[in-house]
Design a binder for this molecule. Sequence first.
Ligand SMILES: Cc1cc2nc3c(=O)[nH]c(=O)nc-3n(C[C@H](O)[C@H](O)[C@H](O)COP(=O)(O)OP(=O)(O)OC[C@H]3O[C@@H](n4cnc5c(N)ncnc54)[C@H](O)[C@@H]3O)c2cc1C
Ligand code: FES
Ligand code: FES
Length: 1364
Amino acid sequence: MGSLKNQEEELEPVVEEAILYVNGIRKTLADGLAHMTLLEYLRDIGLTGTKLGCGEGGCGACTVMVSHYDKNLKKCMHYAINACLAPLYSVEGMHVITVEGVGNRRHGLHPIQESLAQSHGSQCGFCTPGFIMSMYALLRSCQTPPSEELIEECLAGNLCRCTGYRPIVDAFRVFAKTNDVLYTDSSLSLQGGDSICPSTGKPCSCGSSLSDRDTNKQSVTCGDRYEPVSYSEVDGSRYTDKELIFPPELLLRKSTYLKLSGFGGLKWYRPLRLQQVLELKMKYSDAKLLVGNTEVGIEMRLKRMQYKVLISITHVPELNVLSVKDDGLEIGSAVKLSELLNFLRRIVKERGVDETYSCKAFIEQLKWFAGTQIKNVASVGGNICTASPISDLNPLWMAAGAKFQIINCKGNIRTVLAENFFLGYRKVDLTQGEILLSVFLPWTRSFEFVKEFKQAHRRDDDIALVNAGMRVHLEEKGGKWVISDASIVYGGVAPLSLSALKTKEFLIGKCWNQELLQDALKILQKDIIINEDAPGGMVEFRKSLTLSFFFKFFLWVSHQMDGKKSVESIGLSHLSAIQSFHRPPVIGSQDYEVIKHGTAVGSPEVHLSARLQVTGEAEYTDDVPIPPSGLHAALILSRKAHARILSIDDSEAKASPGFAGIFLAKDVPGDNKIGPVVVDEELFATEFVTCVGQVIGVVVGDTHENAKLAARKVHIDYEELPAILSIQDAINAKSFHPNTEKCLGKGNVDLCFQSGQCDKILEGEVQVGGQEHFYLEPNSSLIWTMDCGNEVHMISSTQAPQKHQKYIAHVLDLPMSKVVCKTKRIGGGFGGKETRSAFLAAAASVPSYLLNRPVKITLDRDIDMMITGQRHSFLGKYKVGFTNEGKVLALDLEIYNNAGNSMDLSLAVLERAMFHSDNVYEIPNMRIVGRVCFTNYPSNTAFRGFGGPQGMIIAENWIQRIAVELKKSPEEIKEINFQGEGSVLHYGQQLLHCTLSQVWNELKISCDFLNARKEVNQFNVNNRWRKRGIAIVPNKFGISFTAKFMNQAGALVHVYTDGTVLVTHGGVEMGQGLHTKVAQIAASAFNIPLSSVFISETSTDKVPNSSPTAASASSDIYGSAVLDACEQIKARMAPIASEHNFDSFAKLANACYMARIDLSAHGFYITPELDFDWKTGKGNPFKYYTYGAAFAEVEIDTLTGDFHTRAANVILDLGYSLNPAIDVGQIEGAFIQGLGWVALEELKWGDAAHKWIPPGCLYTCGPGSYKIPSMNDVPFKFNVSLLKGHPNVKAIHSSKAVGEPPFFLASAVFFAIKDAITAARAEVGCNDWFPLDNPATPERIRMACLDEFTAPFISSDFHPKLSV
Ligand SMILES: Cc1cc2nc3c(=O)[nH]c(=O)nc-3n(C[C@H](O)[C@H](O)[C@H](O)COP(=O)(O)OP(=O)(O)OC[C@H]3O[C@@H](n4cnc5c(N)ncnc54)[C@H](O)[C@@H]3O)c2cc1C
Ligand code: FES
Ligand code: FES
């Protein structure tokens, strides 16, 4: 044991005032705010550009840049952090720059903002400030232009649900230094010139021109790199005068010791010396040390753990050491992970290869560790001392033979081997008075190899399912290479990082050869035991991974030793097991023709709010300041899946700080029964609860936190009742929603099966998982009364303001005429804010109305995910008969969807699934029966595609199965069954203007399908452990609401005397560019520039009785309604216009005004030709169809299930696009969202398959556990094209609807994965068809790739569990 010399002369702390600079402005930080996050503070002071998306560091919406002066390095350090996890006081003495400080419309946009806006990189805009800040921090921190790889890496912690990332990458890559020639000022001069890319609105090297004024039609391909703004302009003269400088006061200011307090008696210390830390630890033995707060913050906020004393050790130099010793590296416990990463990268360059195997392993592991914002604050010591069983670094410290230096309050130091430090679940060898001082990482010796492993759901920014650190030291003895030392450590297999001790023991002394491998695998199997009911589930997968990792390690070490005597070299095809993943920068192309109609229609205009969104000036519901008398609402939620409510005790809640009221069913002034179609829900549960998360009441308090605290204190006694927790449970119990059995059909299925016409008949089941909307903006409403409750007004984040109006009138017993709902924009909806937002606003309206005070409700991310419903999971049971050629003759299909505990839109979702169950295939005899299952889950709801994708993926499953059965390619089976012009579908609609064959043929040419197949086959022959797969998938998507009455739209158009036009219509802007397209229609109608048209908001008092913005049809119907209004006004203006030759629209408008002409009109539109009748099952539910097709190529790692999409080509027929740039954005966004559905996003519910989750509870209720695609998941090559030359005669300006149709096309990725798995199974002689559930996650991929590492744990028909 050593001892720390007390070399500090002066330890008495000097506490000065706490300060902070925000966007260059000095702020004094009051005492008492230790509980507050930086995000809360910023939003409280009005800087609402920084968004709250998740509150757990998982989405990046809250990213800000922090700068501080490093006295040692003598320079300012700039880095991005998540403001939602940063304690306010952690940035004391620093400069925080938010999106508002970067640039704005008044003083000019920063080039990053300009570039993102112009590149169509902002749709709903909720993620946008976060992306801007991550990129800004990167540019400010780089000495030289960053590489494209670095840019993509720095965005790993930012999620976007709308764009599909490609335009964001394109917007930011212009700041990368890739080619010196491009870094000239001339690139900027392009901005006004000819080479503006119509896709991006930016200069590009595609050589195409948008401004060909003579022709109205042109074709454009923008696939090459374009460089609209040069890096030097960002860092140089053009912008430096605007760039916020580091405040001089902070340059000179000494860091001070802080002693501050927070809510509930919380104490906050920031010592400056180790001795001070130790003294504080002596005084408060249970004090929590804090560095990044990325663990403690989650514990306190999400797990509700309470700590009384927090000691921030970020400023303690002794804990921030990074030094090179003779025998290794000393790393202080407070060193940030990004500092460690940079340090190790430098060391690897400077030191010999042999010495740095451990360093390289850490570098690789840190590459896939969290996002940049987390790594910028999270510490080495924080990761170690949390002792998480899935820590990515702890297995490596253990395997690498690291030693931990521990110091106690008296300054005594002891050293513990990392492998002895972890004692149990989150338990380490530290007594109360001890802290971790530093870590010592030894150099590796000659022939000592260290390697890291990690498999997660998603490669980027995800916690591990299983990870590992492995080390062997080989010595040559008697001409053989013998293992002299070894360490094999796993994470994710036990409550702590676990050493495989028996395996280690076995290895030592053995020769490094194949025999050793086989024997070691056998021992390892017994060494690492994972119990069947282990938390996290996926037991078979995790067990297989332990063997796969070891196998990889064996091959990797053998490869390092290649050429050494007596070491068997590994075959070339086996090298595929150890190739590390390298991601090239994304390349995208967008191919479309621009067909302009008038001044604006057809032009690839930038989203009208883009400039507001990139500057953070765009306001969302939660950004609207709550009036001084306002209250915050929190919901009282059921904790049981099915139960009788015995009693509700609110006494503790009433005594809670800031409590202002509790409201239950008995308090509802109007009707407590609600429901969007069928009234089968209760606003507040009365006697029974039928799902976890059902609303029982609402509590209001002075702050959001206090309201939540009080709501948690409401105690409810339940009598538990049996719950139905899956579709299968529902089928067994015949638990269906009343009157929901539906049937469609044509021909005679039974007769066909009996007739012997079918050469083969197959039966099977398809399980399709659900999907969370994960709109970046959680649900929010602000409600207030006027005239003491005579009127109620609200601002809501909803796709259906009219539903909010109706619900609130209903529960408050008010006429709808006295209730107004407004929506300016929403941060994504995707169907999730169509009906499942209304009951939240209705709940909050009760206290607002009864107390006559404004009430705001904003859901936390976990609650939002838990209670607002998702995409329905489906079960399909099919029987399909076909000829030996593959011609389908009969299909008998039963489909079930999981509706949850109320009907909501589930019947309509089922119906659309039934309509789309043929996808694009001619089936002469077809019968579909559909049923809506009642289960004890929150009600599932609309989600992009609205059941269509589920119906189509079931169809693609049996098509693929027929192909396998007949040993033909799926493409061949598809083609011989294609529908075409004149086909009559199973519900009687005839296909007219069918462009299926055109999109299909163009796609096959563009992806060079036959060659792609050859190349993939060749790759698969040469690579045993990596396989590639390809697939090509077509679809048709019916456009219209299937409920006929909903196909109506209203609009209100005012022309002002200055010639500007204000449009209001019933549709909501949620990022999809609806307002932009509608404004383009109005501009063209009046022949005025787009800039003369403005759309302010959607409001029920301007346009009444609107349908929700859904079903892809909004631009069709609202565009038509607006056009109707414009035409009315134009007709009134015509006589005046014909009298004079006005040289401007303003003059004409003014002349009309002077002539007392009404310049305002209400427009209306109904979709004609819809006449479907469920009684006969025949008619035309759709106005027309949007056709598309997609190709995908993937590569899988058969040993781990890891996959990436190498290429995706998508083609869609959108007629003459109203705005091709926006349409491309919709296609890319839908495709990536669809990719999430088919391959990444898995909802895990507490059901029979997941016994480790409490019954009926959602486990995956945040970005930490539920993984939507990140930037890393974008196909390496992502090509999108619009079919040319096919105007749509059925919709406005010959356009077609786009929102939903492309979503399903991502199933090409699913079938490409299946194709790759098929190749892997062929290696072990399994050539039969096999089922693969949706989503094809790494678990499903890996477990389907049967081999010697899965064999010990599963049989060949193993089916990983899925909540459906
Ligand atoms: C979005 C997100 C993604 C993440 N991804 C990953 C990932 O990919 N892999 C992974 O392994 N982890 C991940 N984590 C977990 C977490 O970020 C890491 O464990 C991180 O290193 C914790 O460091 P911190 O400084 O933030 O810890 P803090 O929250 O500040 O502290 C954590 C714990 O360590 C204790 N502690 C800190 N320093 C000392 C010391 N010197 N002596 C004694 N005790 C000490 C604290 O008291 C506290 O109990 C993730 C977390 C988030 C929020
Ligand atoms: S809100 Fe901070 S990361 Fe999501
Ligand atoms: S634009 Fe990124 S989440 Fe909507």
